[in-house]
Design a protein around this ligand. Structure first.
Ligand SMILES: Cc1ncc(COP(=O)(O)O)c(C=O)c1O
Length: 479
């Protein structure tokens, strides 16, 4: 604003000086300059009004955020004492608050997903999948029949086939339809008496809602085969649609993705599994039960239990976090979170469409998968783009997944980012695309501003160097 003021004063001063002298040809008259001055003053006043509106809006948002933070702190304070005092070996009578939290979180998840019963024991999405698959195996075993096959779409997350194979099932892949979704004809052609279940993700990993989900469930149930839904993308559905209502039999959630931990943030996870009523008796034990004398661990809660899947009761800290998040936001807040995640993803998708188009061009849910194949001409890959994003200060998105999209960049902004951040992210990607044309080497050699530059990823995974040493650090910085 100060710069604008100086400009206006200079213009005024020079206009005065000129009026005293003979005006050279093509020089604006004093009247024109005065009119210009008035127009500029009006623009400045307009700008000031906008800036004060922005400040007011910012203040409002800050107040709301601080209100939410206070609620969160209060809820945490209530449970902090319980947490600090807790050890998995403490008698039930001393951890009634924690048992109540587990009991209530199970109920909250039932109501959010429409699944009648939950275990909170699995400590990650993948472990939830494994638990679900064990339940599928136990279900068919109890019916004394051999069902060795699990159907999985080709867009699935890698942990899906891994969980099925680890449990001794053969995986039969379903080729996606031209619209990126499960192809009903393909499903019908692969569905037979050997099939134990289908393992699908909804919305799928392309960020597309499986619109035929009810028809898929009906087809599977006709064969007494089960429907497993990978619910890691549940942050697109909160308050909008419930897997239980769609006919899903088993569902895992990624609490660390959907309920308060940004994806990719690292740290411990939690992968609760929800089941249909007919499968409740297969859930892991113990389960928390409410009795007249208080809450207890019930080791006999499930008659045909698949057993324990984790020491004690999973990552309890994550349960406290998810519980606090859900109670703080409430039903409307959760719905708003999903709506915001969906709008954010569609906004970025629309802004990037010329340079990073999507393979399946439709409205997406909370994420979309763009392709970086336009940059291939310059020898720049999706991996290079992801690495260069680090230089721009952004956590890199998942790349090369799902496998059915060439040079895939999976973009999942979640509900937490402001429009300002989304714009910066888009501008960073567009700027990287320009760099690819003008200085491809810069992008191919990225990151340049990290303490550790481009790694040999396979070597780094096989021979991790987790010790910090000044000499090594200097070497890396020097490139
Ligand atoms: C669709 C999907 N399924 C499963 C998983 C596995 O979850 P986790 O990393 O907690 O094991 C993820 C993780 O990102 C995922 O996106």
């Amino acid at each position: 604003m100060a710069e604008v003021d100086t400009l206006v004063k200079e213009q005024g001063a020079s206009a005065e000086t000129q009026s005293k002298e003979e005006a050279p040809a093509n020089t604006p008259s004093l009247e024109e300059l005065q009119a210009e001055l008035v127009a500029r003053e009006k623009r400045i006043a307009d700008l000031e009004a906008v800036s004060s509106e922005t400040a007011q809006a910012r203040k409002l948002v800050e107040e709301r955020l601080s209100g939410m933070q206070q609620q969160l702190d209060a809820a945490l304070a209530k449970y902090r004492g319980v947490l600090l005092a807790s050890s998995p070996d403490v008698p039930e009578s001393m951890v009634q608050g924690m048992l109540q939290l587990i009991f209530e979180l199970e109920q909250l998840l039932c109501s959010i997903t429409g699944m009648p019963a939950f275990t909170l024991q699995p400590a990650a999405g993948a472990q939830g999948e494994l638990t679900g698959i064990k339940i599928i195996a136990a279900y068919h075993q109890r019916k004394h029949r051999n069902r060795p096959v699990i159907l999985i779409p080709d867009s699935a997350h890698g942990t899906n086939p891994a969980s099925a194979a680890l449990s001794g099932f053969s995986v039969v892949q379903l080729k996606s339809a031209a619209n990126g979704r499960i192809d009903l004809n393909e499903l019908k052609s692969k569905l037979n008496k050997e099939v134990a279940a289908i393992m699908l993700t909804n919305p799928n990993t392309l960020g597309l809602f499986e619109r035929d989900i009810q028809a898929i469930c009906a087809l599977m149930h006709e064969q007494d085969a089960l429907v497993y839904m990978d619910g890691a993308n549940m942050n697109a559905l909160l308050g909008i649609a419930r897997p239980g209502d769609m006919g899903v039999d088993i569902l895992q959630l990624n609490l660390h993705k959907t309920f308060s931990t940004p994806h990719g943030g690292g740290g411990p996870g939690s992968g609760p599994v929800g089941v249909a009523k007919s499968l409740e008796q297969f859930l892991p034990v113990p389960r928390v039960k409410k009795t007249a004398k208080g809450f207890i661990w019930d080791e006999k809660a499930s008659r045909f239990t698949v057993g324990r899947v984790h020491g004690f009761y999973g990552n309890v800290g994550m349960l406290v976090r998810a519980y606090t998040y859900i109670r703080t936001l409430g039903r409307e807040g959760l719905e708003r979170a999903s709506q915001t995640a969906i709008i954010n993803a569609n906004y970025i998708k629309a802004r990037l469409k010329e340079v990073f188009p999507v393979a399946f061009n439709e409205h997406c849910m909370h994420e979309f998968v763009a392709t970086a194949k336009q940059l291939k001409q310059q020898g720049v890959t999706a991996m290079d783009v992801a690495k260069r994003l680090l230089d721009y200060g952004f956590y890199a998105p998942t790349v090369y997944f799902p496998l059915i999209v060439e040079e895939a960049l999976m973009i999942e902004p979640t509900e937490t980012e402001s429009k300002e951040t989304l714009d910066l992210f888009v501008e960073a990607l567009l700027s990287i695309a320009k760099e690819a044309k003008t200085d491809a080497e810069l992008v191919r050699g990225a990151p340049h501003r990290m303490s550790v530059c481009r790694l040999d990823e396979v070597k780094a995974a096989r021979e991790p160097n987790l010790k910090w040493s000044p000499a090594h650090h200097m070497e890396q910085v020097a490139g």
